[in-house]
Write a protein that binds this ligand. Structure first.
Ligand SMILES: [Zn+2]
Length: 282
């Protein structure tokens, strides 16, 4: 399949159910269609049913055991939705997806929720290695009808970037304590060469993982290679998306949005692969 670099091209390539089935088939079984039950390649395609029958008598389709299976939403809409999520740096709201795909708001919301779940699965198998930057930010709490009060002003979020892999993770921390910072590091980092942060006390124990150097933000933003600019850029993109696209994100879903942005941030140099990575996890 040709590279799909524009919205026009995506609409062309994902125009029909058959094209989308072919795309998913080639992605799922690059070495030929294989029975998901017994692993045999002795399968026969049944044209009229869009299904294969295996020599073990099992019948399956390209969407078997995926979120696309037996939904009322057709494949062209599903694949376009995944494409749009991956190609919108600040994200895409359910309302916007509703307009782009000509579906109801409820359907669009269901699709974005399922795609975000697939992203969660696609994202976090790999640990962050090499030279890392870490920084925290405050994401204001979604206020709804209640006024913000002391204590629910927002959520602290820790961001960690691997400069070598240009990969990022963002995670809510319960409080800005050394223990919480160490917990999130243990979850996301592998072999670390060096860590750069600002001088916040919560980062004090990072020296136990790797050499730790700090930048004094009151004085300057960078001293040679000591800076956290990559994380700062990720914060700024996330906050613009949060205010400009989503408007309102409740505490319940905040981590899902952080994962979505971290996923796009980690794969921004390879959007084509990003789409297939999400499709493979749907
Ligand atoms: Zn079989």
């Amino acid at each position: 399949m040709d590279k799909i670099t524009s919205l026009v091209e995506a609409r062309k390539q994902f125009a029909t159910q058959e094209q989308c089935e072919r795309h998913l088939r080639d992605m799922r079984w690059p070495d030929g269609v294989t029975c998901p039950r017994c692993g045999s390649k002795a399968v026969t395609y049944m044209e009229s049913r869009h299904q294969w029958q295996c020599e073990c008598r099992y019948q399956f389709s390209v969407t078997s055991a995926t979120v696309f299976h037996k939904t009322h939403i057709d494949l062209p809409r599903w694949l376009m939705a995944v494409w749009l999520v991956c190609h919108s740096p600040k994200g895409i709201s359910s309302a916007q997806l509703q307009r782009e795909l000509g579906v109801t708001y409820k359907t669009a919301w269901y699709m974005t929720t399922r795609i975000r779940r697939a992203i969660k699965n696609a994202n976090f198998g790999v640990k962050l290695d090499g030279i890392l930057e870490a920084d925290t930010t405050m994401v204001p709490a979604a206020q709804g009808k209640k006024k913000p009060t002391w204590g629910n002003a927002g959520h602290d979020v820790l961001g960690i970037v691997s400069r070598d892999a240009a990969a990022i993770r963002m995670e809510i921390v319960q409080q800005l304590s050394q223990r919480e910072i160490m917990r999130v590091f243990a979850k996301h980092v592998g072999t670390v060469k060096r860590i750069f942060t600002d001088e916040a006390p919560a980062f004090y124990q990072l020296y136990t993982i790797a050499p730790h150097e700090t930048i004094k933000h009151a004085e300057r933003y960078a001293l040679g290679r000591i800076h956290v600019n990559h994380v700062e850029n990720a914060w700024s993109l996330f906050k613009r998306g949060l205010h400009g696209v989503y408007h309102f994100v409740s505490a319940k879903y905040l981590q899902d949005y952080l994962d979505e942005f971290a996923f796009r941030g980690s794969h921004r140099g390879e959007r084509e692969a990003m789409v297939n990575l999400v499709l493979a996890c749907c």
